[in-house]
Design a protein around this ligand. Structure first.
Ligand code: FA5
Length: 339
């Protein structure tokens, strides 16, 4: 029997080594190790053998079985590797070429500007507050001293939902929300998206960003407003910047003023960016109107405050020399990758 086993082994080893396909290996597995396989048949004969040789033969048969299994598995994976290599060669794929490295993402230019504005104001002790983009008509207008028939509503016309809701047309309604919730002192900025039914052109978009500022406390004056905004202008646009205030009108501030900085491109000489005027308008501001303080439940005799609102999209355009606001939302990588 030992001889029969050794012969079986050497013929199986020979066939396994010659095999060139996975199917061939699997057929050999059935031929030798399957239920009716040759080795299995020999093992069945064990029972008829004398008791003293049975264990020795049994052990030999098992060793051969394990050796053949190992050989078949090895040959199978060798064939699979060869097949893969052949496929790669046939596809003329050069696996030595370096891979395509994914390019790292960047922060959107508007988000960068928002970050700079936020850093400056938090450095001055302002807290960053969020507000909803879907706002009530009341907070967007009435509470800001803009009654339903007021002509200035047209400047801030927006997109309406049912039940007196709209997409906020400025970040000023967050002033109302915060004043209703808290008692002075209040010192906040509100960055966020705003919406208007403006016709889209190089400097107007129906969706843009604003950063609102509000400071309310006892004895706050216009001098405080000027001091804070001068600090902001210098940190944002350069330490030698000058600011100038021009009277303006907002229903929720009195007095109101547009603030300009001397042009940071030509230093006030006059150029394309400042349209030869030497000045660039960057925000609207003013002292919080007594009616707004009253509608929040504050006594305007005790508390005063200032507020301002700026457009980071326009600031980014000025700072980076971008001539069309639409580029920010076009998602064109050729543009975005420059920042
Ligand atoms: C306001 O929205 C006031 N809420 C700002 C304010 C707040 C004044 C607190 C006083 C006190 P205005 O409509 O001017 O103001 O808008 C502010 C800024 O938003 C503008 O200076 C401009 O930079 C930006 N902006 C306005 N409309 C658009 C638009 N369609 N596309 C892009 N930016 C715009």
């Amino acid at each position: 029997m030992q001889e029969a086993l050794e012969q079986l082994k050497s013929s199986a080893v020979c066939l396994i080594e010659k095999a060139s396909g996975i199917d061939e290996i699997e057929n050999l597995r059935v031929k030798y190790l399957g239920k009716k396989g040759e080795l299995t048949t020999v093992l069945k004969e064990l029972g008829k053998m004398p008791a003293d040789v049975r264990p020795v033969m049994g052990q030999l048969a098992n060793t051969i079985k394990n050796q053949l299994t190992e050989l078949m598995d090895g040959k199978k994976s060798e064939i699979e590797t060869k097949k893969l290599e052949d496929e790669i060669i046939n596809q003329s794929l050069d696996i030595t070429l370096p891979g395509k490295a994914p390019s790292p993402g960047r922060i959107h230019p508007i988000t960068q500007i928002l970050g700079e504005i936020r850093d400056i104001f938090t450095g001055l002790g302002f807290e960053v507050v969020d507000g909803p983009e879907v706002e009530t008509e009341y907070n967007n207008f009435e509470a800001l001293n803009i009654p339903a028939d007021h002509p200035s509503r047209e400047m801030w016309d927006s997109f309406y939902f049912r039940k007196g809701l709209l997409l906020r047309s400025h970040t000023s309604p967050v002033q109302v929300r915060v004043m209703k919730d808290r008692k002075p002192p209040i010192k906040i900025i509100v960055p966020g998206k705003t919406y208007r039914r403006d016709t889209v052109d190089a400097t107007h978009h129906w969706m843009f960003h604003q950063v609102e500022g509000l400071l309310v406390d006892e004895k706050v004056t216009f001098a405080d407003l000027k001091g804070v905004l001068l600090k902001f202008a210098r940190q944002m646009f350069g330490e030698t910047r000058k600011i100038s205030f021009k009277p303006s009108y907002f229903p929720f501030t009195e007095p109101s003023a547009e603030m300009s900085i001397d042009c940071f491109v030509c230093n006030g000489e006059g150029c394309r960016v400042c349209k030869q005027s030497g000045w660039i308008e960057i925000l609207g501001s003013g002292m919080v109107h007594p009616n707004v303080l009253r509608s929040a439940g504050y006594d305007p005799e005790k508390y005063t405050g200032f507020a301002f609102g700026m457009g980071p999209d326009r600031i980014a355009m000025l700072k980076y020399g971008i001539n069309d606001i639409r580029l920010f939302s076009d998602n064109d990588l050729r543009f975005l990758e420059q920042f």
